[in-house]
Design a protein around this ligand. Sequence first.
Ligand code: BT5
Length: 313
Amino acid sequence: MQSPPDRSRGQLLEALAAGPVGLAALADRTGLSRAAVRDGLDALERAGFEFRETETGYAVDSVPAYGAGAIEYGLSAPVAVAYHDRLPSTNARARELATRGVSDIAVVAAEQTGGRGRRDRTWASPRGGVWLSILLRPAGSAAHAPVYTLAGAVAVADAIPDEVAARIKWPNDILVGKRKLAGVLTETATTGGELDWVIVGIGVNANVDPTDLPGEDPTSLRAELGLVDRRQLAQRIIERTHELAGAPEDILPAWRRLADTLGRRVRVETDSETIVGEAVDVTFPGALVVETPASRRTVAAGECEPLRPADPR
Ligand code: BT5
């Protein structure tokens, strides 16, 4: 089993991001020896960073397109990045780290060979997409777990350029029109009624060809917009997820603002019944409120499909 990434890389990148910085200052800010700082810089160069030595120290000339250091460089959230060229599932890897006590880490893979959706469905994850799982340990009741799925969906919708007009279908789909652009799979563990850890697994069809994807009507950022900067996209998603996890009261207002579902006639399939009516709200920690002809229902979990106003049941 691989170990989680060395925190010193993140510290080194944070110090470098602040501007030209000398060896002594780098050693000072990271708590590393000068020799270890040099080794760290060499490792970053091997990962694709380019440095220039100025009178005041090392300046970053170029950052690789994607990878652990690339995502950590300039990341404003205190989250380390573990990058893998290929993994079965970033959620599964994050779960391994969680059971070892790790936290505040984003596991990122260039490609997943066993990507998972909800209810053990398959999530296609070819190269070019953004496939990542953010492992956090927010304080809170176990009952709050569903809100982190909504947080992940908000983070993705906020990270996607405005011109794409991404909207959220309750609870976890990010859509462009009716086409699915991204999905969120949250896993949690609890101890004594309290949250132990949360893994927010996020898959965004970034630079992929939708014809390579399964599902009813998938789309990608490449198809909607052209090639995008995956590094920036991953950074924004990690930062926003981290921010929302620390401010759960902000999640529902943000979700409502980005919702495609609210105000629509919907059919929601739960494990035990089918509910048809108008989706009017979400309530904490993430239930959908559906106004049916007979009553107002609050649905904690299910599959939601929009209906045309005149669609029969
Ligand atoms: C989801 O499930 O939408 C959650 C997807 C979460 C994926 C991320 S990637 C990083 C992390 N690691 C993992 O292993 N998973 C997470 P669900 O709502 O159940 O949707 C699954 C359905 O979407 C499938 O049954 C297909 O019909 C369809 N689908 C599969 N791959 C797709 C893709 N790349 N784009 C659009 N639709 C897809």
